[in-house]
Write a protein that binds this ligand. Structure first.
Ligand code: 5GP
Length: 120
């Protein structure tokens, strides 16, 4: 598992060094709009803890962090009105997964049909 890079862009957002368009925040989680949205709703949900990837999070996060993370997703999709219409959560991971930012994040995509599960 890769080592956490304290200077990745989402770490800078968490430290307040870079602004974000905040959607949700609690003690464990921050969520904000993706800077380059691919659907009408495109939100990134991140834990406040320093986790590189979903497997790092799944292995090392506390029960409180894990519970808060998924509860936040549920609150956000309800708040955005896409719980009924549907949405997709994506956690790109590592090189083959196409992960660009090495701080675990879940994309929430919705507000329009998201298409096939995997392109190509
Ligand atoms: P990944 O490819 O790592 O799963 O996704 C990274 C996502 O972060 C991309 O969808 C990209 O548009 C988004 N992103 C990159 N830099 C920033 C930023 O500074 N602010 C916000 N809000 N999103 C960003």
């Amino acid at each position: 598992m890769a080592e956490y890079d304290e200077n990745n862009i989402f770490a800078k957002i968490l430290k307040g060094e870079i602004p974000c368009d905040k959607v949700y925040e609690d003690d464990y989680v921050l969520a904000f709009n993706d800077i380059a949205p691919l659907k009408p709703v495109h939100i990134l949900v991140i834990p406040k803890g320093a986790y590189v990837s979903i497997d790092d999070f799944g292995t090392n996060a506390s029960l409180e962090e894990t519970q808060a993370f998924f509860a936040a997703i549920a609150k956000i999709v309800e708040q955005k009105g896409i719980a009924e219409t549907g949405f997709r959560c994506i956690a790109n991971t590592g090189a083959d997964g196409g992960q660009e930012v090495p701080h675990f994040h879940m994309h929430i995509l919705g507000g329009a049909p998201v298409g096939r599960m995997v392109a190509g």
